[in-house]
Ligand binder design. Sequence first.
Ligand code: ZN
Length: 399
Amino acid sequence: MTDLLLTNVRPDAGTTGNILIENGRIAAIGSNVTGPDGITVVDGKGAIAIAPFVEAHVHLDKILWGLPWHSINVPDSLRAMIDNEVEIRRSLPWSVAERAGNLMRQCVANGSTHIRSHVDISPEYKLDNLHGVLAAWEKTKHAVDLEIVAFPQLGMLIEPGTAELMEAALDEGASVIGGIDPASVDGDAKGHLDTIFGIAHRKQAKIDIHLHERGELGLYELGLIAERAKALGMQDKVIVSHAFCLGTASRDELARMMDLLAEAGIGIISAVPGDIPFPPMFELADYGVRCAVASDSLRDTWNPHGNGDMLERCWLLSWRSNCRTDAELTAALDMGTKRGADLLDLAGHGLDVGCDGSLVLIEGENLAQIVVDRPKRALVVKRGRIVARDGSWIDGGGA
Ligand SMILES: [Zn+2]
């Protein structure tokens, strides 16, 4: 079913009206809008309607959601956590497809109808994680769009065969090439970046690099990334996830980097991590750098926190950024919705006539208040189909 008439809703917390979705697209919005005979009608009871959340960075293959509590007992070092995860994943009772499916349904129930997921690729895993995530998506694709990043979590140059597998992943469903801490994981910043830019340029793929490296090293690598994006004409195709180095940069360094990022069209994603300085998201956005928030690692061998709720992530950004005014809180909401869609080039995202008939209903007073109170999602609609209600996934989707 792709036709739906929602009555008595408030688009973006504005005037009450109706939204008509036909053939999966928004056909009309207004107080007098009606639908053809026989169309499914849902009374929104005055709820706020917003365009869906965008989960721009998550790891569907890592999730342990639904399994017994996993206690994390490894040192806080990247290498220790990488090795620990490989060991644990050898004996998990649930498949990647089962675990990834659980998280996808949770994301949808919380209002995200587009996910970009990094998926580990290595000689140890081969393309098994990619295949598992795609198998899970077969059962959820009516509710959520999926982009997959071929991610060299275990390292790339130090794990011979990984780059070839990442390139092969692009032929089997991935569309983005990942990277990770080029200097500290592979020990060769330029070699790492040249390899992933080479693959992406050859295969017309996008790039999304995990950059946790801090201070001068991180800023140097951001410069290398921008240099390559410009040289290869890949403006607006490259995202750097985390970019902690921007969180501690001096005013002069930050000004220089914002120029570089805006000019090279590099996007920034932050998960707003607990005790780590993170990029000044609102300042970046005001300057013209595309950016968004996302969940990243959650409930896995890396991180006990997280629940796949992007509204909560927007709240976290607002909390850590000291957003107080309604305008600031609404800007925090945009980081998980409109700005995420812009960052990932999602045509059709929005609440205008002609946009995808995808939206979220939330009972609340206004956009600022829902960021603070984070009410359950009353209804999630994907291209005219109701896919979640009252915070719960609907099996198979329906009215
Ligand atoms: Zn990540």
